[in-house]
Design a protein around this ligand. Structure first.
Ligand code: BGC
Length: 733
């Protein structure tokens, strides 16, 4: 620290000698000046100590995030780059900002970050559920509301979207991403970035996005958290990088490095991904923040001998900001003196952070207006989006004999641990989520069916354990009803970071409750409220209908009741495969071909097919697909053709249908997945009407593939365009 001080004093004296202090209006304070000019001007004025502090992130407020540690930091240096803002009062934040603006030599505003994963106070469905809506515009709107609420509370930067392609539902963090498919993650990534940042981040109510966890965290072995991954360069490029590339192209201001090791090199010390790919190839000019303590953790990962070496490795690899562990603050100056870190890289890193601050307009409006909660949170429009998003995210998995919707029913029983436990709908990673904001299932049903049907309710059992003392009451209630809605699932806290599970079952006690209720002979509708795909075969046998409701936020109960009554027509389709059993994992649609055909290589004890595949989901409407056609069956690179399919709603009910367009390259010099999603579109089809869906095919973008160096190529030959069970061949000539 002594050395750091000497350097700082020396730099300051130099600056005075060059006359900086006598200047009237520094360029960096001139809002009309070009951002690069402002960045350079400011960096040139900074002492080494000031620069290093910009590269650090501390915590403001008491940290209640279970996986992280840390109490309120009282002595925060006013020159700090960023704070994770574990508080929800704009005045606390403004007071800290005032110190930075007025007590620091150069008045550089602090960047306040917070995890806003699926809404701030108006909690939306978890991202995995949102992906099942196949409605990126709706997700953009939800993200825009999240940005407004966060901004009003003093947040400038959120640590989302999380776009880690995930194929193992044992991993707790599958809830945070947009499922198993790279393209789906890419599309929703863009929607979220747009929702947060808009076209101009300096506008009011805009916050900076952070793509995380860069990259491949979802490949965690056996779904365990923080463990190493094995990712070949090919898979890195064709599976894990595409959503990040899409987010970078969409203008995402920042990225977060990941905890895990990628084939021997920790993501947080990985020069290839952090610098060669992100900064050199993709030309990202924002910055990368480490995940919580990820720099220090390089020691536990067996890479760095001590904290100082960890600092050197992370910084030189390309992490500009150090989250929470203060390694950069402790060691960067020493590393500079020892020649292990280059001053040019320090300047470049500071520049990247300042650039984001300038783009956010923080120098011009460092403070937020302190408003009453009623003007910030849970506004009518925000709640409307919450209900719509929940309704469109839920997936109807079974509906035998059209038991749903429940119309003209005398008495409906609502039974099970989720029935009256509205907290669980918030899922994990609720920013300012509050249980009292949630409309749960029983409340939603009572409001929906007021004056139409009688609602009876019983808990039956807890989420887990062996206590069956509530079963008798549940059976009594079921017997007194015409239909039974059984609300099963996982607690919100069973998903999220550090929430791996060895099995994706619903606890046995809940299945037993279902059996007891089913024995009454009443029609049974099962609601499955979870943050991950779960095993449903035993439940399916006992259910006439199943609705996967996910953890769907503050209006979950409204959406559920609306779907059950028919006020909404289900339109969600799965963004992640549901296996029959945990033993089938990993099971995902876009696997590669096996070497043998027929039953060779398949499981001998169960089917190798999943229970509910990717893109599966029912509606109350029935849709008939017309013939899939293409405008030409031959094309060259640079030309465009289109494929079309007309879908008829053959029912009496208006419905939303999503058409998923897949491409298959049957033979390729790099073997490719059996099929790849390339486009999707959701449209309303009125009862009895036809709507045509069209997929514009750009050969390099939609038929091409990427090699292990990240180079896109297009092979000549046959490709198949697939919709539902139809397929048509086209040829690149
Ligand atoms: C998580 C990140 C999160 C960060 C800050 C970490 O433990 O992995 O996703 O953004 O904490 O809360």
């Amino acid at each position: 620290m002594m050395k750091l001080k000497h350097l700082a004093t020396a730099t300051f004296c130099l600056m005075v000698a060059f006359g900086c202090s006598s200047e009237k209006r520094p360029i960096y304070k001139d809002a009309s000046a070009d951002i690069e000019a402002r960045v350079n001007d400011l960096v040139n004025r900074m002492t080494l100590e000031e620069k290093i502090l910009q590269l650090n992130q501390y915590v403001l407020g008491v940290n209640t995030v279970e996986n992280n540690f840390g109490e309120m930091v009282k002595d925060i240096p006013v020159e700090i780059g960023s704070l994770i803002y574990f508080n929800d009062h704009a005045e606390v934040r403004n007071a800290m900002q005032k110190k930075a603006m007025e007590e620091s030599r150069l008045g550089i505003p602090i960047l306040f970050g917070h995890d806003v994963i699926h809404g701030y106070r108006t909690t939306y469905p978890i991202p995995l559920a949102l992906a099942c809506s196949w409605n990126p515009e709706l997700v953009r709107q939800a993200s825009e509301v999240a940005a407004q609420e966060a901004y009003d509370c003093g947040v400038n930067w959120t640590f989302s979207p999380m776009v880690d392609v995930s194929r193992d539902p044992r991993w707790g963090r599958v809830m945070e991403c947009f499922g198993e498919d790279p393209y789906t993650n890419a599309v929703f990534c863009k929607a979220v970035v747009k929702g947060y940042q808009g076209d101009d981040m300096s506008e009011k109510n805009r916050i900076a996005a952070c793509l995380k966890h860069y990259v491949g965290y979802g490949a965690s072995e056996a779904g365990r958290d923080y463990v190493p991954t094995e990712i070949s360069d090919q898979t890195l490029w064709d599976t894990y990088l595409p959503p990040f590339e899409a987010g970078v192209k969409a203008g995402a201001a920042t990225l977060m490095s990941a905890f895990h090791t990628i084939s021997g090199i920790p993501a947080s010390a990985n020069h290839y991904i952090l610098t060669e790919v992100l900064k050199e190839k993709w030309q990202h000019d924002g910055f990368v923040v480490s995940d919580w303590g990820a720099v220090e953790q390089l020691r536990y990962q067996g890479m760095a001998e001590d904290e100082k070496e960890a600092t050197m490795l992370a910084f030189n690899a390309g992490i500009e900001m150090d989250m929470a562990d203060r390694m950069y603050q402790k060691y960067l100056a020493e590393l500079l003196e020892e020649g292990k870190v280059d001053m040019k890289l320090v300047d470049e890193s500071v520049r990247r952070i300042l650039r984001v601050k300038f783009r956010l307009g923080l120098f011009e409006h460092p403070y937020v207006e302190e408003k009453p909660e009623s003007e910030m949170y849970l506004l009518p429009k925000s709640l409307e989006i919450a209900e719509k998003a929940a309704a469109e995210s839920m997936v109807l998995l079974k509906n035998e004999n059209s038991v749903l919707p429940l119309e003209n029913v005398g008495t409906i029983a609502v039974i099970g641990p989720v029935a009256s436990d509205s907290t669980q709908h918030l899922g994990n990673w609720g920013a300012r989520a509050r249980a009292e904001d949630v409309i749960g299932i029983v409340q939603g049903m009572c409001e929906e069916y007021a004056g139409k049907s009688k609602i009876l309710t019983a808990k039956g059992c807890d989420f887990e354990g062996n206590d069956k003392s509530g079963f008798a009451e549940a059976v009594r209630v079921a017997k007194a009803s015409d239909v039974v809605v059984v609300c099963l699932g996982h607690k919100g806290s069973w998903s999220g970071e550090n929430q791996s599970r060895s099995t994706i079952e619903i606890p046995k006690i809940q299945e037993e409750l279902l059996s007891a209720v089913e024995a009454t002979g009443k029609p049974v509708v099962v609601l499955v409220t979870t943050g991950r795909p779960v095993e449903l075969p035993r439940i399916e046998q006992k259910a006439d209908a199943i609705l996967q409701t996910w953890h769907s936020g503050v209006r979950a109960g409204k959406a559920i009741a609306g779907l059950l009554s028919g006020r909404y027509n289900p339109s969600g389709k799965l963004a992640m495969t549901f296996p029959y059993s945990t033993g089938q994992i990993p099971v995902y649609y876009n696997r590669r071909h096996r070497a043998r055909t027929g039953d060779q290589g398949l499981y001998k004890d169960i089917t190798s097919e999943p229970m509910y595949p990717f893109a599966y989901g029912l509606s109350y409407s029935t849709f008939e697909y017309g013939k899939l056609t293409v405008s030409s069956d031959k094309l060259k690179e640079g030309e465009t053709i289109y494929a079309e399919v007309t879908v008829k709603n053959t029912s009496q009910r208006d419905g939303l249908e999503t058409v998923h367009w897949f491409v298959k390259d049957p033979y390729s010099h790099i073997t490719r997945p059996v099929k790849e999603l390339k486009y999707f579109e959701k449209k309303l089809i009125k009862a009895g009407e036809n709507v045509t869906f069209r997929f514009e095919i750009n050969p390099l973008r939609d038929l091409g593939f990427v090699n292990r160096e990240g180079k896109k190529y297009l092979d000549k030959g046959e490709y198949r365009i697939m919709v539902g069970d139809q397929s048509v061949s086209i040829y690149v000539i």
